[in-house]
Design a protein around this ligand. Structure first.
Ligand code: ATR
Length: 275
């Protein structure tokens, strides 16, 4: 039996176990993927424990992705190093390796929706961990990036690292009008009743709008569909970041549709149980 897992805190709401167990079953692996609550101070000992117990692979989530890069026991690949965070760990004879598949997940979610980023004006809203992973990956793909964030200082810091320009949210209306692809990397929209991150009537049919929020269908995506724009939800980023991790661990092609169905079903069940 192969053992996989995800470490993080909080971890109860992670959809990775349901998604990865469905995928492992579809691949015919005799395997189990479990969520473990691990805080920052315990990451090193937990990773060594997982290695000692013969784990085949791990995901890391909040608040461990950045912490992982501070540890000598983990060797990050060049992309994880550039991003400064790892969400995937593989255990091999030559050591423990760290990867970042979040940006890849976003890129594949866009490609699957028919959205090309090379040479396009991409507006990233937000400057946290997710924005960082996506900005680095899209930069490598040849996108022209602008970053708008509530804290302008954070936008400018990230922008300086990825050859982009950073702005405050006050400039959003102007930036939206120029963008080909708009990506919401903030947590706005996660809760019902959140204000709109982009004001009504600003989106255009020629645009693609990607919201990394995956726990509900957001107002931003509703507005994008009304405008006739391409609307891509965060479920597909979750699925593709997990698919890439699975491919790193098993060398097998991940069953994308099985993973997507498992996540959407779990989200439906969750929203039904919340009334
Ligand atoms: P993640 O790792 O998921 O990206 P994060 O690092 O906490 O999470 O980043 C959250 C992002 O959402 C940040 O860009 C944050 O803006 P600040 O840097 O100004 O804090 C943004 N964000 C959160 N709540 C917001 C709100 N109400 N309005 C606008 N931006 C918000």
């Amino acid at each position: 039996m192969k053992i996989f897992g995800i470490f993080g805190d909080p971890i109860e709401h992670s959809l990775s176990p349901v998604m990865q167990n469905a995928a492992l079953l579809a691949l015919g692996e005799t395997a189990c993927y479990h969520a473990f609550r691990v805080g920052r101070e315990d990451l090193s000992v937990a990773l060594l424990g997982a290695k000692a117990m013969g784990f085949s692979g791990l995901n890391l989530t909040i608040p461990l992705k950045e912490k992982a890069l501070e540890l000598d026991i983990l060797k990050p690949d060049p992309l994880a190093s550039a991003i400064g965070a790892a969400n995937t760990v593989s255990f091999t004879k030559s050591g423990m390796f760290g990867y970042n598949t979040d940006g890849w997940g976003a890129l594949r979610a866009l490609y699957d929706a028919g959205v090309e980023v090379r040479g396009k004006m991409v507006l990233i809203i937000g400057a946290g961990g997710a924005a960082r992973a996506i900005a680095y990956t899209l930069l490598q793909e040849g996108a022209e990036i602008s970053i708008a964030n509530r804290s302008i200082k954070k936008a400018q810091e990230l922008a300086a690292q990825v050859d982009a320009t950073g702005y405050g949210l006050i400039e959003l209306e102007k930036l939206v009008s120029k963008a080909d692809v708009i990506i919401n990397c903030t947590s706005v929209g996660m809760r019902e009743g959140d204000p709109r991150i982009i004001g009504l009537g600003l989106l255009q049919s020629r645009q693609a709008v990607f919201d990394i929020v995956y726990n509900r269908d957001t107002e931003l995506l509703f507005d994008a569909r009304v405008a006739g724009a391409v609307a891509v939800d965060g479920v597909m980023m979750l699925v593709h970041q997990g698919a890439k991790a699975l491919e790193i661990w098993t060398g097998k092609k991940a069953p994308i549709q099985v993973m997507e169905s498992a996540v959407r079903e779990a989200l439906r069940a969750r929203s039904a149980s919340q009334g």
